[in-house]
Design a protein around this ligand. Structure first.
Ligand code: NIG
Ligand code: FE
Length: 423
């Protein structure tokens, strides 16, 4: 066996591991005490996994620099895990810049949706687009996310709302997963809206009888890897009972439950998710105290999306109440034509200013806890031996600059590294 290693990152001013005891997630107290090594080094083996991490002198004593394909001298810089974006809708055609103007003039999300815009507008354009055009735009968006430090991203379907287009979207995500360095967790979101001209009951039946069985077939044949199932559980979209049937059917074919709940109205989505053993629920702007308690008990992560509340001028998700109650809080960008944001540093900044999270809490929420929400915290989300060598090197002696500098990530992120390769 060769002794060669892929990458040595040596002498970082601050090496932010996040945690070091193989925790699957962090709760409030632990999020405030992130594990940081001053003057630390890290080794990534030829398999792309982290081989060693520790004080620079310890690593220097154990490894010879001649055995590395690449060496980064990180003196005066910081190293931290690649960011994890736990919620995006990145496959679509047509943008909705015209709706931004409507919303600025006072229209609500549901006003736009009922007027035939919103998701319906995007569905129309996405149905008409070719797989190759969708792949080209998806690649561009994923590259932007990667440049902003995201190394693992959840990607949803959900702008087809019928079998053919939902499969087309999932195949496009699959193709991106196979050909791009960024890690992808893929989500079937056929219940993102009720298609025009159909009732919720008809849409639910189509998902249960047509779409999910075909998805299962494609997954068993090895044509498609799908990780999660999602439903938009909301007044005027899918009610609690339809949501329950769809999520349970997804779970029955091996998908993790990770859905949109309690966004615009309190729907008891949180209680439903806890009962079904959901890995995560997103949004939760309108979650109740009972819902928060149920999620804490069930270890169902809350994926909070500060961009949505910001753009739609909604009440901000109650991050502090959730943290105090012991809920596992994660973050996502919610990238979609409504919330056009590819940047997790910006999301962390908004989480701190608008949701009153500390910078340490925001970083834990955008790394280990977001990885937990995707069922990937055994392999991603912290810099620990045997996890993926996915990390960021910052042009700064303090890691907090990644959050503090509003929108300035292009200048502050010196390297994005995925499985030991600079991307
Ligand atoms: O998470 N709330 C539902 N879904 C998306 C918005 C999708 C869209 O408007 O196209 C969200 O914000
Ligand atoms: Fe969403």
């Amino acid at each position: 066996m060769s002794n060669r290693n892929r990458l040595l990152v040596k002498g970082a001013e601050q090496l932010v591991l996040i945690c070091s005891q193989r925790q699957k997630f962090l709760t409030r107290q632990q999020m405030t005490q992130l594990c940081v090594i001053q003057n630390g080094s890290l080794v990534i083996g030829s398999d792309g996994l982290i081989k060693a991490v520790g004080p620079a002198e310890t690593i220097r004593a154990q490894f010879s620099e001649a055995d590395f394909d690449e060496i980064i001298d990180a003196s005066g810089m910081c190293v931290l895990p690649g960011l994890v974006d736990a919620h995006t809708h990145p496959v679509w055609a047509g943008d909705r810049v015209h709706e931004f103007a409507m919303k600025l003039a006072g229209a609500t999300y549901m006003d736009v949706h009922r007027a035939g815009g919103g998701i319906h507008f995007t569905v129309e354009h996405t149905r008409a687009a070719s797989a190759s055009d969708l792949l080209t735009s998806l690649r561009g968006r994923l590259v932007r996310m990667q440049r902003a430090g995201t190394t693992l991203v959840e990607c949803k379907s959900g702008y087809g709302l019928e079998l053919q287009t939902e499969l087309k979207m999932l195949q496009v995500i699959e193709e991106a997963r196979r050909t791009l360095p960024i890690n992808i967790s893929s989500t079937y979101c056929g219940a993102h809206a009720v298609p025009r001209g159909k009732t919720m009951e008809e849409a639910t039946e189509n998902i249960l009888e047509v779409q999910l069985p075909r998805l299962k077939e494609q997954m068993s044949a090895g044509n498609l890897r799908v990780d999660n199932i999602d439903v938009f559980c909301e007044q005027g979209v899918f009610d609690l009972s339809s949501t329950r049937s769809i999520l349970q059917a997804g779970k029955d074919i091996g998908l993790n439950i990770n859905f949109h709940g309690d966004e615009l109205h309190p729907m008891n989505s949180a209680q439903l998710g806890a009962e079904l053993g959901a890995l995560a629920i997103s949004h939760l702007e309108e979650v109740t105290d009972e819902g928060i308690a149920a999620m804490a008990e069930a270890k169902t992560a809350a994926v909070l999306l500060p961009t949505t509340a910001y753009i739609l001028r909604l009440p901000h998700p109650r991050a502090r109440d959730m943290l105090e109650a012991g809920v596992i809080v994660a973050l996502g960008s919610d990238f979609n034509p409504n919330a056009y944001c590819c940047s997790m540093p910006m999301v962390m900044h908004l989480a701190c200013v608008n949701m009153k999270m500390s910078m340490s809490e925001a970083l834990a929420a955008a790394t280990i806890n977001a990885a937990y929400a995707l069922g990937r915290s055994d392999t991603h989300g912290s810099l620990e031996v045997n996890k993926h060598g996915d990390l960021l090197v910052l042009n700064s002696t303090r890691w907090e600059h990644l959050i503090y500098q509003l929108g300035g990530h292009q200048d502050i992120i010196r390297y994005v590294i995925i499985k030991g390769n600079i991307v």
